[in-house]
Design a protein around this ligand. Structure first.
Ligand code: 13P
Length: 281
């Protein structure tokens, strides 16, 4: 199998009425855990890293590792820049061989967001890469400190935005938020339904951590084709690592590394099965 453009995985998801999981990674153990789940379930996934995470996990180190992992995987894998904030970062990821980039201009006025995404579209086309962009404001934050209020995507704006930019995937805001939800979110499936009826572009759900299986299924039935999971994998890794350390008087590095990968594997595996719309869970 291979490193593939994200668009291929979105088309496959559309054909099968499922969603492809986009799993954030921050170190080698996370990459290995996510790939182990993908290979075991014989299901393609997206490996992604967000621009705000590059302080902890530099692109120069993570990028080549993610791409090499994808090339050597037994399943199809797309490598994606999540929430690109600066054009330069998007360009760097494309130069490195990322097969997909997201530009997040969601805090910009609509017209400026359109112009910025058009520039990214042009750059990505030179590499045959996929482009995702966001409209409306997803709540919470991606680790930069300040939390954003949710602002639901307007279906009319979504149509205009997709037509004007030619993006391959649209991240929508329907009451979803990044990070752990303080209370179970009330996702606006009515808004999602309206967007789905107006827009042909595959839709993306950010803020997957803490959303129930049933809500995932409903979202997929209403056109969500990519679902982002970050916090749940970070938490699962930290939990397994801390359980391991507590179980030993003296921790062993290699066992600790395996515990980290195991934590991510468990979380990714669980989500892949939901996103594949498997009924035996
Ligand atoms: P969570 O951290 O809530 O899973 O969100 C992930 C995400 O949307 C990354 O863009």
């Amino acid at each position: 199998m291979a490193l593939v453009p994200m668009k291929v995985l979105l088309e496959n998801a559309e054909k099968n009425n499922i969603a492809v999981g986009a799993f954030s990674v921050g170190n080698m153990e996370m990459v290995m855990g996510a790939l182990a789940a993908s290979e075991e379930l014989n299901t393609p996934i997206i490996l992604q890293i967000a621009e705000v995470r590059l302080k902890n996990s530099p692109l120069e180190l993570m990028g080549p590792m993610m791409i090499s992992a994808a090339k050597n995987a037994r399943t199809d894998i797309a490598v994606h820049l999540d929430h690109g904030l600066k054009f330069e970062t998007v360009q760097k990821a494309l130069d490195m061989g990322f097969t997909s980039v997201m530009f997040d201009g969601s805090l910009l006025p609509l017209e400026e967001n359109i112009q910025a995404v058009r520039r990214v579209r042009k750059a990505a086309d030179l590499y045959g890469a996929t482009v995702e962009a966001e409209l409306g404001v997803v709540g919470g934050n991606e680790g930069e400190g300040k939390a954003h209020e949710v602002l639901c995507t307007s279906p009319d704006d979504a149509k205009l935005f997709c037509d004007e930019t030619g993006i391959d995937a649209l991240a929508v805001a329907i009451g979803n938020a990044h990070g752990n939800y303080p209370v179970l979110p009330q996702l606006r499936f009515d808004v999602l339904d309206d967007i789905n009826k107006m827009v042909e572009t595959p839709l993306v759900l950010h803020g997957g951590t803490g959303i129930t299986d049933e809500m995932f299924r409903q979202a997929i039935m209403l056109g969500i084709r990519k679902i982002n999971i970050a916090t749940a994998s970070f938490d699962s890794l930290a939990l397994r690592a801390s359980e391991y350390c507590k179980s030993r008087e003296k921790a062993n590095y290699f066992e600790l590394s395996a515990a980290e990968a195991e934590g991510v594997y468990e979380n990714v595996r669980k989500h892949i099965r939901i996103f594949n719309m498997q009924s035996d869970i």
